[in-house]
Design a protein around this ligand. Structure first.
Ligand code: NAP
Length: 252
C-alpha cells in the first residue's frame, strides 16, 4: 500500500476492528488518516494515531452533515488524493438489541439505519471526488444481515441496508474505478459487540460449529482489508467477503 492514503473511521480503542485494519495498513506502508466521533474519544484516538504514525487524526461524526461536508476542506490542502476509505461504524440503542424485534421503535430503527448504513453513503459521497486515481471503499458487516441472529435485531436489518448500499455504491462509482466492498466479520469482542446480549454464547457457537472450530481474529479481518484496499483486490467490487472461520456455510 506504499503511496496510498487511507482514511480509517471507527477506531475507538485497541480492540476496535478499525484499529487492527489501521495497523495492517501501516505495516503495508499506507499513509494513515484516522477519524473519531466526538471529543470523548479524541485523546485516546490521538494516542493510538501517534503510535500508528497516522498523519492526521480528526473528528467526524457521521450524524452531522457539516462534519461530512467539510471533509474535502479538512483533508484537501494536505491530502488532496484519497485512495482508501474504511467505514467501521455502527450504532443501535441497547434496548433495541434486547427486546423482541417487533417492539423496535421508529426512532430506534431510524437511528440504527442512519449511523450504521446511511453513513456509508454519506462518507462515499464526500470522499469519492477526492479519489481522483480510483479507490477502494470498505465497510464492515455481519451475518445478521442475511440470517436471523438472536439479539442482533434492528442491527441485522441495518446491516442488510448497509450491504445493499455497498452494492449500489459499487455500481455507481465503478466507472470512476472506485471499488466498494464489505467484509462480513465473524463475532469479535469489541465495545460495539458488548451491546449484543449474550454475545459470549455467539462466540461459543462458532467454536462448536465453524469449519475452523475457532473464532476469527481482528488481524485476519485486517489482512482481508489489505487485500481489498490494495491493487491485489483490483478486480473485486460489490462483494461481501466472509472472514468468519467459515461459519456462514454451515446448516444444522
Ligand atoms: P467498536 O470498536 O465499538 O467500533 C465502532 C465504532 O463506531 C466506534 O469507533 C464508534 O465510536 C463508531 N461510531 C458510532 N457512532 C458513530 C458516529 N455517529 N460517527 C462516527 N463514528 C461512530 O466496535 P467494532 O466491533 O470494531 O465495530 C466496527 C464495525 O465492525 C461495526 O460496523 C460493526 O457492526 C462491525 N462488525 C463487528 C463485529 C464484531 O463482532 N465486533 C462483527 C462484524 C461486523 P464511539 O465509540 O465514539 O461511539
Amino acid at each position: 500500500m506504499q503511496g496510498k492514503t487511507a482514511l480509517v473511521t471507527g477506531v475507538a480503542n485497541k480492540w476496535s476492528i478499525a484499529y487492527a485494519i489501521a495497523k495492517a495498513f501501516q505495516r503495508e506502508g499506507a499513509t494513515l488518516l484516522l477519524t473519531y466521533q466526538s471529543e470523548r474519544l479524541q485523546r485516546t484516538v490521538e494516542e493510538l494515531g501517534a503510535e500508528l504514525g497516522a498523519k492526521k487524526v480528526f473528528a467526524c461524526d457521521v450524524t452531522k452533515d457539516e462534519d461530512l461536508a467539510r471533509l474535502p476542506e479538512v483533508l484537501g490542502a494536505e491530502f488532496p488524493k484519497i485512495d482508501v476509505v474504511v467505514h467501521s461504524i455502527a450504532f443501535a440503542n441497547a434496548e433495541d438489541l434486547s427486546r423482541p424485534f417487533s417492539q423496535t421503535s421508529r426512532d430506534g430503527f431510524k437511528l440504527a439505519h442512519e449511523v450504521s448504513a446511511w453513513s456509508l453513503v454519506g462518507l462515499s459521497k464526500a470522499i469519492a471526488p477526492m479519489m481522483t486515481e480510483g479507490g477502494s471503499i470498505l465497510t464492515l458487516t455481519y451475518l445478521g444481515a442475511v440470517r436471523v441472529i438472536e439479539n442482533y435485531n434492528v442491527m441485522g436489518v441495518a446491516k442488510a441496508a448497509l450491504e445493499a448500499s455497498m452494492r449500489y455504491l459499487a455500481a455507481d462509482l465503478g466507472p470512476a474505478n472506485i471499488r466498494v466492498n464489505a467484509i462480513s466479520a465473524g463475532p469479535i469482542k469489541t465495545a460495539a459487540a458488548r451491546g449484543v446480549k449474550d454475545f459470549s454464547k455467539i462466540l461459543d457457537g462458532i467454536v462448536a460449529k465453524a469449519p475452523l472450530r475457532r473464532n476469527c481474529t481482528p488481524a485476519e479481518v485486517a489482512d482481508t482489508a489489505v487485500f481489498l484496499a490494495s491493487d491485489l483486490g483490483r478486480g473485486v467490487t460489490g462483494n461481501a467477503i466472509y472472514v468468519d472461520s467459515g461459519y456462514q456455510i454451515m446448516g444444522l
